[in-house]
Design a protein around this ligand. Structure first.
Ligand code: HSE
Length: 435
C-alpha cells in the first residue's frame, strides 16, 4: 500500500525525536500501521536545522501554511507550541481535510472545543497523546482502556520540572529558589519557567484529562491554578515527619455537585506509589468505579518519549483514516452529542483535607482556642504536632492535619485562627489528598 504522508510543523527537540524513532523503528511501525508512515514535508523557521534533521528527500520550507495546504500531505503534525500561530495552522490543516497530531496542551486546553468542532465538520481526526504526560499513553487509557468505567477522579504528577524541583527540595533540604536555579542549569527548567512552576502547564493537561474522563468540554478558564513558587522547605520537612510527601498535583474529580478541576501542591501519603515518583518523571492515577485505581508512570517530556506518543497517534490515524468517521474513537472519548455541560466548581466548594502550620505563642490555652475554632466549624483534626519551643523561645510551630471539609469552611476557620492574638502571622495552608 502507498505510504501515508506526514507534514511536520516545527522541528525542535520533539520533531528530531519523531524523525529518529520513525527511522529506527520503521519496520515495526509499518507492520503495526499496515503501511509506511513517511515524513515528506517539514516547516520550520530555522531551515538549516530542518534540513539537518530531515535529510535530502524531504521538502523543507519556512512557510508552515504551505504544508497545511499541500495536497500530498495526509497528516499534519503540529509541534510548534503556543496558542497563536499554532491555532491558525491546526485550523488550516483541518479545513484542508488533513488529520492532525499535536503535542500542544495549551492549544487544546484553551481552544480545543473550537478545534474539535472544526475537525468534526471536516470528518478528520485530531490526536493528542503527546499533549499529556509525554510518553505515557494516558489519553489512550482514559479514552479507550477505561471506557467501561465511571471515572471518579484523575490525579497526576504531570509536570516534570516541578516534580524535579520538589524532589530536590525534599532530598537536599534546599529552598525553592536555589533548586530552580540548579534545574535551569541542568536544563530541567526553562529560562522563563513561569508556565511550569506556576502550575499552568499542569492545568492545561488536567483540563484535557477532565474532558476525556468525564465527557465535558474543555474548561481551562475555570481551573484553579496554584504553583510551587511559594512553597517553603519547612513544610516539605514537616510533611515528611507526618508521613507525607508534597507533590504538585493536577486533579479532576467528579462530584454530584460538579467537577473539581485544580492544580496545586498537595500532601500525599508517603506510602502511596505516586508519592514516590521522583525527579522529572510523571505519573497519573485514575480511579474508575469498576477497575479501582490504576497508575500510569513514565517520562513526561523529552525527544523520544514524546515522539513515542506522536508516532502512536500517527499509527492510529493510519489505521483508522479510511474508516467511517462514525466508527472512530470520539475526540473526547464520549460521542459528541453525549457531552455534558457539567459545571466546574469554584475552588471554595472543593472537598479535601488540610495541612495547617501556624506560629503561636507558647502559653496556656492557645491550642484550646485553635481547636475550639475548628470544632465550631465542624472540622475534625486528624493529627497534630507541636515541637518543644527552643531554649529561651516563647514561640513554637503547631502543625495540624484535618479531615475532609469544604474549602470555604476551612478558609473561614483559618481567618478566625489568624485573628487570635496568640497566633503570629498567617497560617500556612496546604491541601492533603489521601488518593
Ligand atoms: N514542561 C513540561 C514539564 C513538559 O516540565 O513536564 C512539557 O509539557
Amino acid at each position: 500500500m502507498k505510504p501515508i504522508n506526514v507534514g511536520l510543523l516545527g522541528i525542535g527537540t520533539v520533531g528530531g525525536g519523531v524523525f529518529a524513532v520513525l527511522k529506527r523503528n520503521a519496520d515495526e511501525i509499518t507492520r503495526r500501521a499496515g503501511r509506511e508512515i513517511r515524513i515528506t514535508a517539514v516547516a520550520d523557521k530555522d531551515i538549516e536545522r530542518a534540513r539537518r534533521h530531515a535529510g535530502g528527500t524531504v521538502k523543507v520550507t519556512d512557510d508552515a501554511f504551505s504544508v497545511t495546504r499541500d495536497s500530498d500531505i495526509d497528516i499534519v503534525v503540529e509541534l510548534i507550541g503556543g496558542t497563536a500561530v499554532a491555532k491558525d495552522l491546526v485550523l488550516s490543516a483541518i479545513e484542508n481535510g488533513k488529520h492532525v497530531v499535536t503535542a500542544n496542551k495549551a492549544l487544546l486546553a484553551v481552544h480545543g472545543n473550537e478545534i474539535f468542532a472544526a475537525a468534526r465538520r471536516r470528518d478528520v481526526m485530531v490526536a493528542f497523546e503527546a499533549a499529556v504526560a509525554g510518553g505515557i499513553p494516558i489519553i489512550k487509557a482514559l479514552r479507550e482502556g477505561l471506557s467501561a468505567n465511571r471515572i471518579e477522579w484523575v490525579a497526576g504528577i504531570i509536570n516534570g520540572t516541578t516534580n524535579f524541583i520538589l524532589s530536590e527540595m525534599r532530598s537536599k533540604g534546599l529552598a525553592f529558589g536555589e533548586v530552580l536555579k540548579e534545574a535551569q542549569r541542568l536544563g530541567y527548567a526553562e529560562a522563563d519557567p513561569t508556565f511550569d512552576i506556576e502550575g499552568v502547564d499542569a492545568a492545561h493537561k488536567a483540563t484535557i484529562m477532565s474532558a476525556i474522563a468525564f465527557g465535558i468540554p474543555m474548561q481551562f478558564d475555570k481551573a484553579h491554578i496554584e504553583g510551587i513558587s511559594k512553597l517553603e522547605s519547612v513544610d516539605i520537612a514537616y510533611a515528611e515527619q507526618l508521613g507525607y510527601r508534597i507533590k504538585l498535583l493536577g486533579i479532576a474529580r467528579k462530584r454530584q455537585e460538579g467537577i473539581e478541576l485544580r492544580v496545586h501542591p498537595a500532601l500525599v501519603p508517603a506510602s502511596r506509589l505516586i508519592a514516590n515518583v521522583e525527579g522529572a518523571m510523571n505519573a497519573v492515577l485514575v480511579q474508575g468505579d469498576a477497575v479501582g485505581a490504576t497508575l500510569y508512570y513514565g517520562k513526561g517530556a523529552g525527544a523520544e518519549p514524546t515522539a513515542s506518543a506522536v508516532i502512536a497517534d500517527l499509527v492510529d490515524i493510519t489505521r483508522l483514516h479510511t474508516a467511517d468517521p462514525e466508527h472512530r474513537v470520539p475526540h473526547l472519548a464520549f460521542q459528541p452529542d453525549q457531552m455534558r455541560d457539567v459545571p466546574v466548581l469554584p475552588i471554595g466548594e472543593t472537598l479535601t483535607s488540610y495541612y495547617l502550620r501556624m506560629r503561636v505563642l507558647d502559653q496556656p490555652g492557645v491550642l484550646a482556642d485553635i481547636t475550639r475554632i475548628l470544632a465550631d466549624s465542624q472540622i475534625s483534626i486528624d493529627a497534630m504536632v507541636q515541637h518543644e519551643a527552643d531554649e529561651g523561645e516563647s514561640q513554637t510551630d503547631i502543625i495540624l492535619l484535618t479531615h475532609q471539609t469544604i474549602e470555604k469552611n476551612a478558609d473561614a476557620a483559618i481567618a478566625r485562627i489568624e485573628s487570635l492574638d496568640s497566633v503570629l502571622g498567617k497560617v500556612t495552608r496546604l491541601r492533603l489528598e489521601e488518593l
